[in-house]
Design a protein around this ligand. Sequence first.
Ligand SMILES: C[S@@+](CC[C@H](N)C(=O)[O-])C[C@H]1O[C@@H](n2cnc3c(N)ncnc32)[C@H](O)[C@@H]1O
Length: 288
Amino acid sequence: MSVTEVSQKYRTTHSYPGALYLLPSDEDEKERLAHQHQLYKTLFGGRVIFPNIVFPPNAEVLDLGTGSATWLVDCRSLLPESVQLYGMDIESKLFPAYSVTPANTHYSIGSVTNLPSYWSSKFTLVNQRLLILALSKDEWRKDISEIYRVLKDGGYAQFTEIDSNWISGPKTVEYVKFLNDFLEAKNLDLQCCDHIPELMANAGFVDIHTEEVIVKIGKWAGQLGEEARNASIGALRGMKGPVMKAGGMGFARTPEEFDQKMDEVADEWDRTEGSYRKLKVFYGMKCQ
Ligand SMILES: C[S@@+](CC[C@H](N)C(=O)[O-])C[C@H]1O[C@@H](n2cnc3c(N)ncnc32)[C@H](O)[C@@H]1O
């Protein structure tokens, strides 16, 4: 198959120069992110803001890698209308339509590695969720120092990421080994959860906390288990284009084989009681 044939066959992705992000930006992804947001919210007992923040009436809140802005929209419902909300992403395809965007909400295109210079010391809260398939180690460092820069003194950053450990059966072990190799070849950091607290401390954050929940995956865990399976397998299936463009990396020779392997992994989660991953939230304050 030629490179052109391969690229026409797969889902729409971002077109931001230099960005490493692997997942698609299309309607199916929008739906997956909406379900995933509800799942994560439920698992964390309905919480979307983790640090204990008193928002002044003119506070400004930033959501980086906002995607379809599910977090930002929920956050807005908790805050006074005078609070200004900003969502930034390398790709605008998932942004809510302009016609349903309230006056206090602003979306823009840009990368977390290079935030506008005029945003220095602006935000009371910066949220960033699920950039695990997007940033190299160096970019994580840049990202966290940029977030520190754009926070007000006493403002908080919160990061939500999924842990790289995946507990299930042999198909999952085989997949995770491949994923590690694939992401390493792409210069992405599957172990970002292990590095975020240290990167935060190095950037100057204080009062750093970590919270985590177990995400049970598979039919055996009831409706939430099925939601978790769909969210996870949907993300893994979304990487089919990049994996096949990289020649399958010894994991799948054809797109059909890739699909079959994903079916087998999802089936293993359904059948293996005790399959789980951990979801982690890290937050910390810009030193006053
Ligand atoms: C898995 S989605 C998560 C979306 C949203 N944060 C959520 O939790 O529903 C990751 C998002 O990060 C965006 N992204 C990837 N690399 C980025 C970068 N360097 N700067 C800003 N956004 C980025 C993608 O376009 C995508 O919308």
